[in-house]
Design a protein around this ligand. Structure first.
Ligand SMILES: O=P(O)(O)O[C@@H]1C[C@H](O)[C@@H](CO)O1
Ligand SMILES: Nc1nc2[nH]cnc2c(=O)[nH]1
Length: 294
């Protein structure tokens, strides 16, 4: 059985031993312990390319890490410096639609916790539902709705390891107010504030894009953008006390009308990522420069 299959079947929750093994492996490779984690969304791995004095570790080498199977996700960890801060950057994430259990998707966040990460900056590619949004906008996530979560696809399902966090963690403060404020200030400094929105991210399971009726429903429910990731990472991070700031790149406008003949596709998502890579990198770098760590 492959490692990936070993993690996707018959497990109903995190194995603390596996988290510790991964963390110990990484500790044996690094000499500087960053306090900031970064997760690159689809087409946004350029953030990791900017890291200086890189130490790159492929996911295949890390015990209990699975592989990134999606184009636009490199599948490696990058340690080094960005914006004057030590960072640990995931170039590639794990998505539920790849067949991974919820806890597998959130697993790297627990490893981050054991390595001493205090803040995680999460990015993703998302479809814009809010009619005021344009392709290329950034949406600072202020809250989320998770359909997989409502359906029981939750990283915290199963045994609760109290050493990480409580059985019933709140999520009303999932997206850190002060970090969001700092991101807005960074957007001004990076001269991208005209593209900056605040909104609600809605996670769906994917991998198919939404029907028009589904998108109309999501709009009615208050979703501003829709994507297929992020929430398992956020829930895992918040459970163990890692502060979260998350930003979507609106890679496509969701089609909410019949008869337009328009349809989203992954190539368009990656293309927008490419076109907006520099702006996103500038925003992230400015944010890191302004961030003061305890
Ligand atoms: O990893 P993210 O959430 O950035 O990727 C989005 C959602 C799907 O994986 C993909 C669809 O094109 O982009
Ligand atoms: N579900 C979903 N995910 C996306 N990721 C990027 N664009 C989209 C979209 O339109 N829908």
């Amino acid at each position: 059985m492959s490692r990936a299959l070993g993690l996707t079947t018959s497990n109903t929750g995190y194995s603390t031993k596996k988290v510790q093994e991964s963390a110990e492996f990484l500790k044996s490779k690094i000499s500087i312990f960053p306090k900031i984690g970064i997760i690159c969304g689809s087409g946004l791995s350029g953030i990791g390319d900017l890291v200086e004095n890189k130490l790159v570790i492929k996911y295949e080498e890390i015990p209990s890490f699975v592989t990134s199977t999606v184009p636009g996700h490199k599948g490696q960890l990058v340690f080094g410096q960005l914006g004057g801060k030590d960072v640990m950057c995931m170039q590639g994430r794990f998505h539920p639609y790849e067949g991974y259990e919820a806890w597998v998707v959130g697993f790297p966040l627990r490893v981050m916790k054991l390595l001493g990460i205090e803040i995680v900056l999460i990015t993703n590619a998302a479809g814009g539902i809010n009619e005021k949004y344009s392709v290329g906008d950034f949406m600072l996530i202020k809250d989320h709705i998770s359909f997989p979560g409502f359906g029981g696809f939750n990283t915290l399902r199963g045994h609760n390891d109290d050493s990480f966090g409580p059985r019933f963690p709140p999520m009303s403060d999932a997206y850190d107010k002060n970090l969001r404020q700092l991101m807005h200030e960074s957007a001004k400094e990076a001269n991208v504030d005209q593209y900056m929105r605040d909104g609600v991210y809605c996670q769906v399971a994917g991998p198919n894009f939404e029907t028009i009726a589904e998108l109309r429903m999501l709009r009615t429910l208050g979703a501003d953008a829709v994507g297929m990731s992020t929430v398992q990472e956020v829930v895992t991070a918040r459970h163990c006390g890692i502060r979260v700031v998350a930003c979507s790149l609106v890679t496509n406008k969701c089609v909410l009308d019949y008869d337009t003949g328009l349809a989203p596709n992954h190539e368009e998502v990656l293309q927008t990522g490419k076109e907006r890579a520099q702006a996103m990198q500038l925003l992230v770098t400015c944010f890191l420069r302004k961030l003061s760590l305890s």
